[in-house]
Design a protein around this ligand. Structure first.
Ligand code: SF4
Length: 437
């Protein structure tokens, strides 16, 4: 079996990535659906071949951490037996499809996209010319249901729409409207757009994402090259606001329990607990990109929600920890300068007070900003000498203040809580002068 470890690579099961706590093995679960047995088997893999930690990524993948070179072959054999191993690492790397996790269950959805996911997945595996796409290249399919997907983060997004006389997909390229296609043409259209992208970027492999190309030649040029005929004006219109997914939802004949995972990290025991809960209610699990896993069943007794809360899952969207994004950080990530998750947990009581909704505070252990690649009201960037601070921008932006230690960060955030966002930059400068930082 192929075994290649490369720092900075997007990890797969065939091509894991080195990290601070061993190899990361990413599992791309088609459609994000996990039966209790499969969830239990993955939990066992995490425990037997890794360090027991599992990350739920922003693309709804599961990442097993702490795998070693010694345990990797046995892990791969087990994943193969579970049907979770690709034949080819190049195909594995580009099978990046993020889709509405409750498709087939959500009665408010425009259509069931299950078959569209399968057909596109098959196309990505088999069309070897597409294997030149970057492993970061993301396809997204939104069924138009009650939890809108983060379409702005995708290179090519298909959003189900109810039209006359038939349903169709609206297509967005890097968040901008680019046209539409018939429901049955999803896979073919996705492939044509991806081929057009590869052709138009030519030999310039620094152009890895659609946004890199649209910045140079515009959205229409790609749409035309792919043969899209219907091109409404390419207005910016993307969804990046996380919906409120936690707690119980009645969706037609189903009850869905949205269970938040602190910082998207759980351990093998927690996944085992989820599997057991799903089995108890004769249901299944669905992975979401919102640091949450859905437990889906015909009926879920309210007692179960209480038990899941006691087991460490978050059921309240207002829980302070939901307002913080934090990456793996030190020591799990080789690039991490700070223990971002531990620091974020310490700052959690302050975070929710910094903004009324969404991510209020982003604690990133380096400037890459993996956990929240977007602006946040307050962003802390780990450095060898403490944290740099950025306001209303992203981790890669110019810091306002540099080298703050945690006690100083806490004092400053306490002041931010009672200060309107527009005045925080001035306050931060005054604070530093007064504190002689
Ligand atoms: S942002 Fe965090 S997880 Fe991403 S590379 Fe930097 S330290 Fe690692």
């Amino acid at each position: 079996m192929s075994v290649v470890h490369r720092k900075g690579w997007c990890p797969g099961a065939l091509r894991p990535m080195e990290s601070g706590d061993g190899l990361i093995v990413r599992l791309r679960i088609m459609g994000g659906a996990l039966s209790p047995d499969l969830a239990r088997a993955i939990a066992a893999c995490a425990k037997d071949y890794g360090n027991g930690l599992i990350d739920l990524s922003g693309r709804a993948n599961l990442q097993l951490r702490g795998v070693t070179r010694a345990t990797l072959p046995a892990l791969q054999a087990r994943l193969d037996a579970l049907g979770l191993l690709d034949i080819d690492p190049n195909a594995e790397a580009i099978r990046n499809i993020l889709a509405s996790p409750l498709t087939g269950i959500d009665p408010s959805a425009v259509l069931d996209i299950g078959s569209g996911i399968r057909v596109l997945d098959e196309r990505l595996r088999n069309d070897t010319r597409l294997h030149r796409l970057s492993p970061k290249f993301l396809f997204l399919i939104d069924d138009g249901g009650c939890f809108p997907m983060p379409s702005g983060s995708a290179d090519i997004a298909f959003l189900a729409r109810a039209g006359q006389p038939a349903f169709f997909f609206e297509i967005r390229l890097a968040g901008k409207r680019a046209g539409s296609c018939a429901v049955d043409d999803l896979s073919e259209t996705a492939a044509r757009l991806a081929h057009a992208f590869l052709k138009l970027r030519g030999a310039d492999e620094t152009i890895r994402r659609i946004a890199d190309l649209t910045a140079r030649i515009g959205t229409d040029a790609i749409a035309q090259a792919a043969g899209l005929t219907d091109m409404p004006n390419a207005a910016e219109d993307s969804c990046n606001v996380a919906p409120r997914v936690l707690g119980a939802h009645a969706l037609g004949a189903h009850t869905v329990l949205g269970l938040g995972i602190p910082f998207g990290r759980l351990d093998a025991q927690a996944l085992h607990t989820l599997a057991d809960a799903a089995e108890t209610v004769e249901g299944e699990l669905r992975l979401s990109p919102w640091r949450a896993i859905f437990l889906v069943a015909n009926q879920i007794h309210p007692d179960l929600a209480g038990r899941m809360h006691d087991a460490g899952f978050i059921l309240d969207e207002e829980a302070p920890i939901r307002s913080i994004a934090a990456c793996s950080g030190k020591p799990a990530c080789l690039h991490g300068a700070t223990a971002s998750q531990a620091d974020a947990a310490r700052l959690a009581p302050l975070a929710r007070k910094l903004a009324a909704s969404g991510i209020a505070l982003h604690v990133s252990a380096c400037a890459k900003g993996c956990a929240h690649p977007r602006p946040a009201p307050v962003t802390l960037i780990g450095r060898d000498r403490g944290y740099d601070l950025v306001l209303d921008a992203g981790a890669g932006d110019q810091p306002l203040l540099r080298g703050l230690d945690m006690p100083v960060v806490e004092r400053l955030l306490q002041k931010f809580v009672t200060t309107p966002p527009i005045e925080r930059a001035t306050l931060a400068h005054q604070f530093c002068v007064e504190a002689q930082i």
